[in-house]
Design a protein around this ligand. Structure first.
Ligand code: SF4
Ligand code: SF4
Length: 337
């Protein structure tokens, strides 16, 4: 396993990290197996979030007794002082730890949200307080909009930035962001590297990312086999063979016209408040048969379903990828509802 430095934190992390979202689909025994396999394969960066349902608890129950073997990152989407402190206490308890290595302000997707985070008394000031108290070592930010993340990076306030980067989400904005982070000592954590499992072969998709100056890439892993496959991509070879490149290109071009990048530009336009990007992400993930029942469960938990769409069409001009959102929402509801 290749190890890289997580920006100015100086922490040496395995270039393949562990993305904690899919743990929510596993039982305690399965989670233990997958997490143990991850540590055994040299993975030492575990990323989770308060919002990933049982993920934190499964990590705590499975590997808290090996806490000195991994860098632990979690995050919260809440912004108010009291709610952050409450969420933080819950995270620490579930993860069975005293210190969070990297605490991230989660899901900052608009300039307005970023301004609020940075404002006096905003979320960042609460994170700083936790840092002063010694329960948080470093502070990061996550989001889906590379322009907003770049603006966040430029403030110099964050030790890490976490954003989507993959063979099909490799636009100029995200490449500039990654370069900026590298040049300024900010760790870049690449999330959604397999586009929710749609981008295969996984090993090639991960090698593509590692050919860029990211610190760590965090694919989700549902089985020991997936841990092994993902770990192989961290062996230091970051140049794709012609055959790997061709295979990725074939999958990517198949996804192109129907793949939601979760940029959320369409979101404010929807009078029904449908979380289009989230529902379409579930739809994309459900294309892998082994993900279907989990996606149905996640969809069942959404308060506003795709069936609330009135077909008003207001979202359509907002989508830079010209996706047929209305049809895709119908498809999602039929498959997942
Ligand atoms: S077409 Fe549907 S998803 Fe799009 S804005 Fe209208 S109600 Fe929302
Ligand atoms: S539907 Fe289009 S605008 Fe909406 S989140 Fe997906 S890619 Fe972005």
């Amino acid at each position: 396993m290749e190890y890289r430095t997580l920006g100015r934190t100086g922490i040496r992390t395995s270039c393949i990290g562990f993305g904690g979202i899919p743990l929510t689909g596993l039982n305690g025994e399965e989670a233990l197996g997958v997490l143990t396999a991850a540590l055994s394969s040299g993975i030492n960066f575990i990323d989770t979030a308060r919002g990933y349902k049982e993920s934190e608890e499964l990590i705590g129950r499975s590997i808290a007794d090996r806490r000195d073997e991994y860098c632990l990152a979690t995050k919260t989407k809440v912004r108010g002082k009291d709610s952050i402190l409450t969420e933080f206490e819950t995270s620490v308890a579930k993860l069975k730890t005293d210190v969070i290595d990297l605490y991230q302000i989660h899901y900052v997707n608009t300039k307005e949200d970023l301004q609020g985070v940075l404002a006096p008394g905003g979320a960042l000031s609460v994170f700083r307080r936790l840092q002063r108290e010694g329960t948080v070592r470093y502070v990061g930010i996550t989001g889906h909009n590379p322009a907003v993340l770049k603006a966040a990076a430029e403030t110099g306030e964050f030790d890490t930035v976490q954003g989507a980067f993959s063979y099909i989400e490799k636009g100029e904005e995200v490449i500039r962001l990654i370069r900026y982070c590298k040049e300024n000592g900010i760790g870049f954590i690449a999330q959604k590297p397999l586009a929710g499992g749609a981008l295969l072969p996984a090993e090639a998709a991960l090698r593509f990312i590692l050919g860029h100056p990211v610190s760590v890439v965090i694919p989700g892993m549902l089985s020991v086999e997936q841990v092994e496959e993902n770990s192989r991509a961290g062996d230091g070879r970051v140049t794709l063979t012609a055959r790997e490149e061709e295979a990725l290109e074939a999958v990517a071009s198949g996804l192109g016209s129907r793949f939601c990048r979760r940029c959320y530009y369409c979101q404010p336009a929807c009078p029904q408040n449908i979380r289009v990007g989230v529902i379409l992400e579930f739809l994309g993930k459900a294309e892998r048969p082994e993900n279907l029942s989990l996606m149905r469960r996640w969809y069942a938990g959404m308060p506003i379903k795709a069936s609330e769409c009135t077909e008003c069409g207001l979202c359509l001009p907002e989508c830079p990828y010209e996706l047929p959102i209305v049809e895709m929402l119908k498809e999602a509801h039929e498959l997942l509802g």
